[in-house]
Write a protein that binds this ligand. Structure first.
Ligand code: ADP
Length: 450
């Protein structure tokens, strides 16, 4: 096992990793920018190192500074959390070159899944069904036109290097294709430094259903069921739950086993998520994330398995101690991502929290790094915290969620709490009857402004 883990992240996920390390008896090193001197992860870690100024590129993405921090503190492993360098294959390689373990998959798997065209090709070869689309990048506009005609409109233009819901364009007919290609290329270039695009059939009313996996890198891998992340704004998840209101046990077991078999075949190491669009009883792979995800607590609540502890164990060379039959699902969990944003305009609202009272009670979990008097800096994401609620049934979970949301006080900044209070009472959400465009349609109706 590792002696000392450096956590190359900030906010709630840095705290989440720190908690797992403490439970395993592993010493921790926090890193922070000058804007995060007062952050909770810095206060709770055994040691901390300042790695640069506020801008992420100069601090949390600064590989030489992170290496120096490992060297100074003698850390023998790095946990990247999510975002920042979590899916940077070169970072994993550089750490290995300096005899520091990367807590995550092998660089070749990070690289493979980071190229979404290659990932789809690999998925097909592994027997995972994918969204119909171009099997290669689209070069010229004429080539894109041929693919689009082949697939049939509407189609979606996507960036091969994409992430975070950016660089996607829906094209409903041939006349829109040319301008959309130009725009998508420019956006992809600006966001990812790579303007490679591919085409996919645009699905009108799917759900986003993803499978959590865990592998030991030696050919053992299991799945931990699914999370339904269909409630999205701008292709970004807002509310996640498990199990999905749309799946039954047979469907879950079947897709779960298909994915686990694929992970065994490639000897996948660590935690990962295989994402699908699910429509008319069929799964269509869209991408794989080779890291711990924001919504991982949903799975932890319904399986009682600590995903971060398991990540650390297998990264240290340990065998997967869990068999598929050890994974038992119980009850229902819902996670709300509460942001420091205006709940109607979604304008960021960083600043000082003058009063903070998180909810408590049975089945309520808060993953957050904020505290009374803490000032949310304007430089990073606007997550205040994640509220995760568990209940024996989906009905009990929703009851508890409404109660917990009503108890939650965050004063001094604007938050999206009112949005969640409304969602938890909205008929379609209560019925589990929603798809990936439902939330945008709900917001467009101006339901919160009244
Ligand atoms: P990113 O890596 O940027 O998160 P994904 O490929 O995971 O991109 O897609 C994010 C979201 O965009 C999906 O959850 C879904 O809501 C929407 N999306 C992606 N592909 C399609 C598609 N082919 N048809 C309809 N919606 C899509």
């Amino acid at each position: 096992m590792f002696d000392k883990i450096l956590i190359a992240n900030r906010g709630e996920i840095a705290l989440r990793v720190l908690r797992a390390c403490k439970e395993l008896g592993i010493a921790t090193v926090a890193v922070h920018s000058t804007a995060d001197e007062d952050a909770m992860h810095v206060r709770l870690a055994d040691e901390s190192v300042c790695i640069g100024p506020p801008a992420s590129k100069d601090s949390y993405l600064n590989i030489p500074a992170l290496l120096a921090a490992c060297e100074i503190t003698g850390a023998d492993a790095v946990h990247p959390g999510y975002g920042f360098l979590a899916e940077n294959a070169r970072f994993a390689e550089i750490l290995a070159e300096h005899n520091v373990h990367f807590i995550g998959p092998r660089p070749e798997h990070i690289r493979l899944m980071g190229d979404k065209i290659a990932a789809k090709r690999a998925a097909t070869e592994l027997g995972i069904p994918t969204v119909p689309g171009s099997t290669e990048s689209v070069g010229s506009d004429a080539e894109a036109e041929r693919w689009a005609r082949d697939i049939g409109f509407p189609v979606m233009l996507k960036a091969a290097a994409g992430g975070g819901g950016r660089g996607m364009k829906v094209v409903r007919g041939e006349s829109e294709l040319g301008p959309a290609l130009a725009m998508a290329r420019a956006e992809a270039k600006a966001a990812f430094g790579d303007d490679t695009l591919y085409l996919e059939k645009y699905l009108e009313r799917p759900r986003h259903v993803e499978i959590q996996v865990l592998g030991d890198g030696k050919g053992r891998a299991i799945h931990l069921g699914e999370r339904d992340c269909s409630l999205q704004r701008r292709h970004q998840k807002v509310w996640e739950e498990g199990p999905s209101p749309a799946l039954n046990t047979a469907a879950r077991d079947q897709i779960g086993e298909t994915v686990a078999r694929a992970m065994r075949a490639i000897k996948y190491l660590g935690a990962g998520t295989v994402e699908f669009l699910y429509e008319d009883g069929k799964f269509h792979f869209i991408e794989m994330n080779t890291r711990i995800q924001v919504e991982h607590p949903v799975t932890e609540m319904i399986t009682d398995i600590d995903l971060v502890v398991e990540q650390i164990r297998v990264a240290a060379g340990g065998d997967l101690t869990l068999a598929q039959s050890d994974v038992k699902f119980h009850g229902h969990a819902i996670e709300c991502r509460i942001n420091a944003e205006n709940p109607v305009s979604f304008r960021p609202s960083p600043g000082k929290i003058v009063h903070y009272h998180p909810p408590g009670g049975l089945g309520v979990r808060i993953d957050s790094a904020v505290y009374h008097g803490y000032a949310i800096p304007p430089f990073y994401d606007s997550l205040v915290g994640k509220l995760i609620v568990h209940g024996k049934t989906r009905g009990e979970c929703l009851m508890r969620l409404r109660r917990a949301l009503d108890e939650f006080v965050v004063d001094g900044i604007e938050t999206t709490l009112p949005l969640f209070r409304a969602l938890a009472r909205e008929k379609d959400v209560v019925d589990g009857d929603y798809h990936i465009h439902w939330l945008e349609e709900f917001l467009a109706r101006g339901a919160l402004e009244r």
